[in-house]
Design a protein around this ligand. Structure first.
Ligand code: ASP
Length: 413
């Protein structure tokens, strides 16, 4: 990562530099991300079907499901609250001068409009659309699009339930197939991770040469700082949770999850990081596969604490920048909409910003304010994605502990 940043900086200093990076280095980063995404669908299918079919009866599934969703929602609400407290205490938006505001708005207007258009489509769809979208009308079609992760999860769970309900001698060959399939996928992840350092190097070098002018970043420093402090507080909150309820030392937890965090930081995508999050949690933190394969894929798509915290901070920041004073009622609306919007956000780079439009609209904050934060969104996306996957990992530990599926001695590697 550090080498990538350094090389990126060096190559921005001469004219041909950025082009060289884009043409000769970036493609390797793209290949690395593609390889990870390639593995995501088969991983979810294989591991979830195996995971569910290993559960001996349905009541276990509903117990685990209830707990998982419950803890996910609670941590998301906590994250939004932390964000609101931070942004109200630090008030980063009030430091923006009228001139900077105008500059930023003109510079990023068209990008912001694109995000608004996508968000509008989602909003026009009606309240139950998310539920409708959960059930695919064709499983083969669903698996051809990485954005359909929840549909594939739905199918895998449904299929797994079917497997539990048929006689053991009938289900055995199917289960054996998915067991083997799952092993193959896990081995592929090992292979992809061998090239991770090179992929991460390429991604960061490309990011540096493609980022907009540093001047704009400065104006947004306060906002970024507020958000990062909020994310750190959230991180500490997880460490405490894990220490209190799982009796796992913070150091051990961080050591176990760090490679997944680094990858989340480099890819800005919880979905792309999922294979590694699963591997770390199972092999290094001792979470049973049954739990990890259920809790983590769902978490990657619906539990985004970093994103919800970001939406709270960004919304209030924009309001502050426009000189608006948000009352307690409006801030309460933000708690609700940011929780829902983070659930709805896809686990890909920039998704949190699309859904931010909905939070802004609901709270009556000018959507043009998106342009204010555009320049700095990518680095912050990298940070919030780290918290997103750390949250998922923590919850998998909590669920594993509460269902007796945590081995005392993780295998380690
Ligand atoms: N990039 C984030 C993720 O994949 C989503 C976001 O944009 O906040 O977790």
């Amino acid at each position: 990562m550090i080498l990538g940043v350094l090389v990126g900086i060096i190559f921005t200093t001469f004219e041909a530099g950025p082009k060289i990076i884009s043409h000769w280095v970036k493609p390797f980063g793209t290949i690395f991300i593609n390889a990870l995404k390639l593995i995501a669908m088969p991983l979810i299918l294989g591991s979830l079907i195996k995971g569910v079919s290993d559960l001996k009866d349905i009541s276990k599934l509903s117990k685990m499901g209830g707990r998982t969703i419950g803890i996910y929602i609670i941590t998301t609400i906590v994250a939004v609250m932390i964000g609101l407290v931070m942004v109200n205490a630090i008030k980063p938006g009030t430091s923006i001068s009228e001139e900077t505001r105008q500059d930023l708005i003109t510079a990023y207007q068209s990008d912001a409009e694109k995000k608004q258009a996508i968000a509008k489509q989602q909003k026009d769809a009606g309240p139950l659309q998310a539920l409708v979208d959960l059930v695919p009308d064709n499983i083969f079609k669903a698996t051809t699009e990485n954005g359909n992760m929840l549909q594939v999860i739905f199918f895998a769970l449904f299929f797994g339930v079917g497997l539990i309900l048929i006689p053991a001698e009938k289900s055995k060959p199917v289960k054996d197939f998915f067991d083997g399939f799952n092993e193959v996928i896990l081995r592929l992840i090992d292979l992809i991770m061998l090239v991770a350092p090179y992929g991460v190097f390429a991604l960061l070098a490309a990011l540096i040469v493609e980022s907009p002018s540093l001047d704009l970043f400065r104006a947004l420093g306060m906002y970024a700082m507020t958000l990062v402090i909020g994310l750190v507080v959230m991180g500490i909150f997880y460490l405490l949770l894990v220490k209190l309820f799982v009796k796992l030392k913070p150091k051990k937890f961080i050591e176990g999850i760090a490679p997944a965090q680094l990858l989340a930081f480099s890819t800005s995508s919880s979905a792309a990081t999922l294979p590694v999050t699963m591997e770390r949690v199972e092999e290094h933190l001792g979470v049973d596969e049954e739990v990890a394969s259920f809790v983590l894929p769902i978490g990657a798509t619906i539990n985004m604490d970093g994103t919800s915290l970001y939406q709270a901070v960004a919304a209030v920041f924009i309001a502050q920048a426009f000189g608006m004073d948000l009352g307690a009622g409006t801030q309460l609306t933000i708690v609700m909409t940011a929780t829902l919007a983070s659930i709805g956000a896809a686990a890909v780079p920039g998704a949190g910003m699309v859904m931010l439009v909905i939070v802004l609209a609901q709270a009556g904050i000018p959507e043009a304010g998106l342009a204010l934060i555009f320049a700095i969104d990518r680095p912050l996306d990298m940070c919030r994605t780290v918290i997103n996957i750390t949250g998922d990992a923590s919850v998998s530990l909590l669920v594993a502990k509460s269902t007796g599926k945590l081995s005392k001695h993780s295998k380690g590697k």
